[in-house]
Structures are given as C-alpha cells and as structure tokens.
Design a binder for this molecule. Sequence first.
Ligand SMILES: [Zn+2]
Length: 137
Amino acid sequence: MKSCPKCNQNNVVKSGIINDKQRFLCKDCNYYFTVKKLGKQIDDYYVTKALQLYLEGLSFREIERIIGVSHVTISSWIKKYNITRPPHSDFHPVYKILKQNELIEYLSQENNIKNSGLIITEFADKYMLIKWERFKK
Ligand SMILES: [Zn+2]
C-alpha cells in the first residue's frame, strides 16, 4: 500500500479528502499528505455523505467546504443519482466538525441539543454533527 513520503513507513490511514484528492495520515510521524486526483475513484462513503448533506439543504459550495470534493463533482453525483430534495421550510441544518473531546463537551451542554434533531457521523479523523434548528419566526 501507500508509504509515508516523509518517514517511508507504511503505517498510513485514509483521512478525508482535500480538493478531490484522498488525504492520508501517517500514524508514525503524524504527517498528512495527499495523492494525485482520484477522479471517479472517490470512496462511495463520500458520495453518500455529499448526497446526505445535499438532502439536508446545504449548497454545493458548503458541501465542497466540508467534504473537500469540488462542487462540480458533487453536482455530477446529484445528477447521476437523480436526487431531488424536498423543500426545507421550518427547519434548517447547521453542522459542526468536532474532535471527540469537543463533541462530548458540546453534548454536555443541554442548551446545545434541546429542541433539535441531531445526527453524528464519523468524518475522517473527526466527527460531523448535523443539527436541525427551527427557523425563528
Ligand atoms: Zn511518516
């Protein structure tokens, strides 16, 4: 498999996508690196995440910022899977990318989770929290 360009060890794990490129983390020296464009090889995992976020009402640009896949690629997935989203009138999603300890801290404050829906999903080496809040009238 991949070896780390810095220390040449093979103790390397996938760690998200940046600019349509798979990012890796070397667990020996904590060095992050990417490899050349993945094109159609982007993990189904990220395709699913992108479609989920789109359904939740996020824009292509927002999804690009979160996942690291270009809005052009995301737009092509929406067409490919023929996704139409329902209108979002009462609730709007907000999202946060948190480390595990930040996530626990966030959840420990009742005001952060009261009167809202939550999904927590693993995201690279962190966690993504999507929360639905009612629009203020
Ligand atoms: Zn290394």
